[in-house]
Design a protein around this ligand. Structure first.
Ligand code: FAD
Length: 557
């Protein structure tokens, strides 16, 4: 009995020890695994030595790597990017990509590169980032357009119609201060986004020394050489000069000067009936100028749908703008305080128009001066635009181009779209821009917005199409806000009903066009828009009614 008990106890102790040993072994293994996992996931310490991606990844330029930048590759790129956390202090001169130009093309390219784990630098010589758009284009012009519209409405018929009596007066320096503040905040915002995405923003003038090397002349006169696998040209555009007319940015101004006039000119003559001239002409007309537009072509806003363009001109005329179409400006003479503008119509009639300020706004041209493109062998087209393939590669390996400096509409969001697609291509992804779905907006009152094809383009291409239209006079919301000018127009393929173009003139057209850009991007039929619920009462219901009109069942007219 005792022996049995002793045997049982002994067996029990042995099993306990075995179980203990097993548990200990399991614990040991778990601990080992935990250490291994921690080692694997631990981020490399930021240090002065850059952690390079594995040789296999390093060997080929990013652009030529076939597979998508996922998995091991992304991890390698992320690892390479890590030390840039402290790059402000380190100032590494080696990058995956150096972007020349910090406008909507350049800064968005830099941000996307940072997001994808590339080491990126963005160089701009302006002194602040944001390019033409944020500094002297989209943003300051929209700030003045909004403020001047309110001023115009408050002092005009609209307020009276709505039962509001107001006495308004203009504080131009305060209006300009608002514009300057907004510009400052947004350009600072780009710097914040650079930091957030580990991009090094460099202020200086960049020149391509050779593919793979960019020399930057810094504000203090010294130079810095950046070595890079890829260079993106995003140098944008500049004002197109008018032969024989010298811009002084005081009385003969470009769009830049027109954004900062110190007083409201009594008479403003705008050379060019494109969207920039009409927007800035609208600003100063609302503030009190007598505005005359001289346009060489027989219509304003040449890229817009012809029907819209005609009605748009009529509305601007009703607001007090005067137009000389099919007329060119031959020269401007300064005579005392007056500018004498010599104009000549296409049928040979000459006359002199007088103005206090002349705004030269005949378009923009690509800007690539001093970037060393010619020396690097990068091809330009006869209009001075950088030639690229559909993936934004130039003829020189490792050099890419995006935005206003290449072909296509000179618009900030087009530059942004190309930036994303270009960088994604560089990272081996499938970035793509659908040029049929890029909207364009004229921020006058009413606004004019369009996306896709115009009737003229469809006719020229021999496409059979149907049209649906709806006027804002029949839209409930437009009536409530006393903004009934204009109409929405949708063009759809007659056979497939696929939407090919959309054109809106009316209040908030610029916001509403995004719905139609999305519709075109998704290959929607007009029926898809017609059967999509739109909130009531909204201006967007006019678009739905226009879409119904394509198949002839507009209900509210
Ligand atoms: C008055 C006005 C209003 C506009 N309104 C609108 C609008 O409402 N909506 C819209 O979509 N578009 C608008 N635009 C057009 C828009 O500004 C441009 O399409 C857009 O800025 C193009 O972006 P980008 O990056 O290609 O070039 P940019 O914005 O021109 O930026 C290029 C940058 O490159 C820099 N650079 C050039 N060479 C060098 C070099 N060698 N080294 C370093 N830096 C260099 C320049 O300093 C510049 O900052 C407007 C333009 C103007 C003038």
């Amino acid at each position: 009995m005792v022996q049995n008990l002793q045997r049982l106890a002994a067996e029990w102790i042995v099993s306990l020890s075995l179980a203990g040993a097993w548990v200990a072994l399991v614990l040991l293994q778990l601990a080992r695994n935990a250490i291994a996992v921690r080692r694997k996931t631990q981020k490399p310490q930021a240090s002065i030595t850059r952690v390079e991606p594995p040789a296999a990844v390093r060997a080929a330029p990013l652009a030529e790597r076939a597979e998508p930048a996922t998995g091991v590759r992304m991890a390698a790129m992320a690892a390479a990017a890590e030390p840039s956390l402290s790059r402000g202090a380190i100032m590494s001169d080696n990058f995956d990509v150096v972007i020349i130009g910090g406008g909507p093309g350049g800064y968005n390219a830099a941000i996307r590169a940072g997001q994808l784990g590339m080491t990126a630098a963005c160089v701009d010589k302006r002194g602040t980032f944001g390019g033409t758009c944020l500094n002297i284009g989209c943003i300051p012009s929209k700030a003045l357009l909004y403020a001047s519209e309110l001023y115009d409405e408050a002092g005009g018929e609209k307020f009276a119609k709505l039962g509001i009596k107001a006495q308004v007066s203009l504080d131009l320096p305060a209006m300009m201060a608002h514009k300057t503040k907004v510009v400052g905040e947004l350009t600072k915002g780009v710097e914040f986004l650079f930091k957030k995405n580990k991009v090094e923003g460099i202020i200086g003038e960049a020149r391509i020394a050779s593919p793979g090397q960019v020399v930057v002349k810094l504000p203090d006169g010294t130079t810095r050489t950046l070595n890079t696998k890829n260079i993106v040209i995003a140098t944008g555009s500049d004002v197109m000069p008018l032969p024989g007319v010298t811009v002084d940015e005081e009385r003969i101004v470009s769009s830049t000067g027109a954004l900062s006039l110190k007083s409201v000119p009594k008479r403003l003559l705008v050379v060019g009936g494109g969207y920039i001239g009409l927007e800035l002409g609208s600003v100063w007309r609302r503030l009190g100028s007598d505005v005359t537009v001289v346009e060489f072509l027989d219509r304003i806003t040449p890229g817009l749908d012809g029907e819209i363009s005609k009605q748009f001109q009529r509305l601007l005329q009703r607001q007090g703008m005067k137009f000389f179409l099919s007329t060119k400006v031959a020269g401007v003479e300064k005579k005392g305080d007056t500018l004498r503008v010599n104009v000549e119509s296409t049928d040979g009639q000459k006359q002199v128009l007088e103005a206090d300020v002349v705004l030269v706004s005949i378009g923009r041209r690509p800007y690539t001066d001093g970037t060393g493109l010619a020396e690097a062998g990068v091809k330009l087209d006869p209009r001075g635009r950088v030639v690229t393939d559909a993936h934004y590669k130039t003829n020189v390996p490792g050099i890419w181009a995006i935005g206003d400096c290449r072909e296509g509409p000179m618009l900030a969001h087009k530059a942004e779209d190309e930036a994303v697609a270009c960088i994604e291509r560089m990272a081996g992804k499938a970035g793509h821009v659908n040029y049929d779905a890029i909207p364009a907006v004229v921020y006058t009152a009413p606004e004019v917005a369009s996306v896709g094809k115009t009737e003229e383009e469809l006719k020229a291409a021999g496409v059979v199409y149907k049209v649906g239209k709806f006027p804002f006079t029949a839209n409930a919301r437009a009536k409530t806000i006393a903004a009934t000018e204009g109409f929405a127009k949708i063009l759809a393929d007659a056979k497939t009903d696929r939407i090919l173009g959309a054109h809106i003139m009316g209040a908030n057209a610029g916001e509403m066009i995004a719905e139609m850009a999305l519709a075109i991007e998704f290959g929607a039929a007009s029926e898809d828009v017609a059967r999509t619920s739109h909130p009531h009462p909204t201006l967007s219901e006019a678009i739905r009614q226009a879409a119904m009109g394509v198949e002839g069942w507009t209900m509210q007219m």
